[in-house]
Design a protein around this ligand. Structure first.
Ligand SMILES: *Cc1c(COP(=O)(O)O)cnc(C)c1O
Length: 422
């Protein structure tokens, strides 16, 4: 067979099984060319919140496409973007008053970094450093890779990555080390911003840490006049329980990045929200203080309409109850593995459940992830472990039966692994 010209993301084509074509999506399922229904237990890389093809979102897309395609977003504006910005400000943590649109989580974070540097530049007190949590992930562009954990994923690009100040991840019982390290970096007076994923480090291995630490980090940043950037690209839209994870710490960031669930996952869109102080630092008759950023598809009206429909769903449907129910479903099922020596580090943050497959020390770890993935795939489950970290982040429409099937398969996979049959 002639090979496909398509180059897939995060895919080693030399090792990958032939790809199944998906012909439709529905609720918690992907439907493939053979008519098989695959349970999307990771919400198609964390984007689908309510379920695939929520009728209200699809209807909004259809209607918007009757009036709009793409419209230049300088000089001109449009109702979907205006209404969405007001809607976002109304539900976001207090103090966020402006919305800058882009089209992916990575660009939302790039925009945030530029806003932070631009703020200090424009007020005439430039700062040069960005502080991050170790093991964080913020995207795959040069800037966001710089801020993320370094490793095999970005080794080739190292020459272009800029240096950031890394604070240790707040491991249980060692939270003070994290806070002290941040305080020390701040003392230089050069930290423009702390960039963090609130409560859960996603791609870094679904590592969770307490809201109290998040709150303390915010207070330290405040004391030193450093900006606090919440990368809520994964944690937003109810994944950890409340709409935004920051709410659990009772804090309001200076900048908030949202993308993935913003349109319910239906279309690419991102927003970087910021305070009036940051906007005002760019407001000047001096053109040099302009915020110099755009992408061609800034604020695509159809994507904005999809996001508005998503906001509508949050207002009119019992989304909070579904999230609570899902969190309870996950909690009950995780219990089955309590004290089970095949697993360690069971953890949960709202709708997200994760556990580590206990692996012997050694080189085997490197391909346990792909082996597990193949095992789940054979069982019509879309579960993509991060190394030996198995996690489930299903859409909120998931049923008990779907989750049972996923947990049964995890159980089976662990036994197969223990018996050397994986
Ligand atoms: C996925 C993710 C990003 C990057 O989003 P893309 O849309 O893939 O560019 C950034 N930050 C976090 C926390 C993410 O989980």
């Amino acid at each position: 067979m002639k090979r496909s010209p398509v180059w897939h993301p995060f895919t080693q084509h030399a090792l990958e099984a032939p790809m199944k074509r998906i012909v439709a999506t529905e609720g918690a399922y992907l439907i493939d060319e053979d008519g098989e229904r695959i349970f999307d237990a990771i919400s198609s890389w964390w984007v689908i919140t309510h379920g695939h093809r929520h009728p209200a979102i699809m209807e909004a897309i259809r209607r918007a496409s009757e009036n709009y395609d793409q419209i230049i977003f300088a000089e001109y504006t449009h109702a979907p973007a205006e209404e969405l910005a007001r809607g976002l400000i109304a539900i976001a943590p207090a103090g966020l008053e402006h919305v800058f649109y882009s089209d992916s989580g990575s660009t939302a974070v790039e925009v945030a970094l530029k806003m932070a540097l631009g703020f200090f530049h424009n007020i005439g007190a430039p700062r040069s450093r960005i502080c991050v949590l170790e093991q964080g992930y913020h995207g795959d562009t040069i800037g966001t890779m710089s801020a993320g954990e370094r490793g095999v994923f970005n080794a080739a690009y190292e020459p272009l990555l800029f240096a950031v100040d890394r604070v240790p991840f707040p491991e249980a019982g060692r939270e003070q080390e994290t806070l002290d390290a941040f305080e020390t970096f701040c003392a230089s007076g050069q930290v423009a911003a702390l960039l963090v994923e609130p409560l859960v480090l996603g791609a870094g291995g679904m590592k969770t840490y307490p809201a109290s630490v998040l709150g303390e980090l915010k207070r330290i940043a405040e004391r030193h006049g450093s900006l606090f950037i919440a990368d809520e690209v994964m944690t937003g839209w109810g994944r950890t329980g409340p709409l935004f994870a920051c709410e659990q710490a009772g804090i309001a960031p200076d900048i908030l990045c949202t993308s993935k669930g913003l349109t319910g996952g239906a279309l690419p869109l991102a927003a970087t929200l910021c305070t009036a102080a940051i906007f005002d630092a760019h407001l000047s008759t001096d053109r040099r203080r302009t915020f110099f950023h755009s992408s061609s598809y800034t604020a695509n009206p159809i994507a904005c309409a999809a996001a508005l429909a998503n906001l509508g769903i949050w207002k009119t449907e019992p989304v909070g109850e579904r999230i609570e129910a899902l969190a309870a479903m996950q909690r009950r099922r995780l219990r089955r593995f309590e004290g089970d020596p095949r697993f360690c580090n069971m953890r949960q943050a709202g709708t997200i459940a994760a556990l580590d497959l206990a692996v012997p020390v050694g080189g085997y770890l490197s391909d346990v992830g792909p082996r597990l993935r193949a095992f789940f795939r054979e069982r019509r489950l879309l579960i993509r472990p991060l190394g030996n970290v198995i996690y489930l982040m299903p859409p909120y429409c998931v049923t008990d039966a779907d989750l049972d099937r996923a947990y049964d398969a995890i159980d089976e996979a662990a036994s197969a692994f223990a018996a050397g049959r994986l």
